[in-house]
Design a protein around this ligand. Structure first.
Ligand code: HEC
Length: 114
């Protein structure tokens, strides 16, 4: 990936050069990858929100051990999602993204409920 990152739209364009209905080589692969990438972008945003949220709570001593634990989990799952990306096993990537999303939400909820 190095110095540039493809957006989900560019991915589709690039991949459909080979993966399309004419070639018949896994024509659904680009769409599937694009969907997972969009989920990854969304989960990244949600995890960042939770990071900010928990940081603000820490400043006013309102943060909870559970929220910090969930946030650490969320960050860890996102890291796993990015690593599993290179395996092209989209079900592994999705599972990590979903876990990250859930943990990030729990982190915020736990702060709110205290
Ligand atoms: C130069 C042509 C070409 C391009 C560009 C290309 N692919 Fe492929 N891809 C192939 C071929 C050929 C296969 C093997 C198909 C098979 O095994 O029948 C393949 C296989 C795959 C597989 C299945 C891998 C597996 O082990 O099951 C996935 C997923 C995939 N491509 C996704 C993508 C994505 C996402 C992109 C864009 C980032 C992309 N491909 C770009 C030609 C291409």
């Amino acid at each position: 990936m190095g110095t540039f990152i493809l957006t989900s739209g560019q991915i589709i364009e690039f991949c459909t050069v080979c993966h399309n209905n004419n070639s018949g080589i896994l024509p659904n692969a680009p769409q599937e990858v694009k969907n997972v990438l969009s989920m990854m972008e969304l989960a990244n945003t949600v995890v960042s929100w939770s990071e900010e949220f928990v940081k603000d709570a820490q400043k006013v001593k309102k943060s909870t051990p559970e929220s910090e634990k969930q946030l650490a989990l969320a960050v860890g799952y996102m890291k796993q999602a990015r690593l599993s990306w290179h395996t092209f096993r989209m079900e592994d990537v999705s599972a990590n993204i979903k876990n990250a999303h859930t943990a990030a939400k729990k982190a915020r909820e736990d702060v709110r409920s205290h």
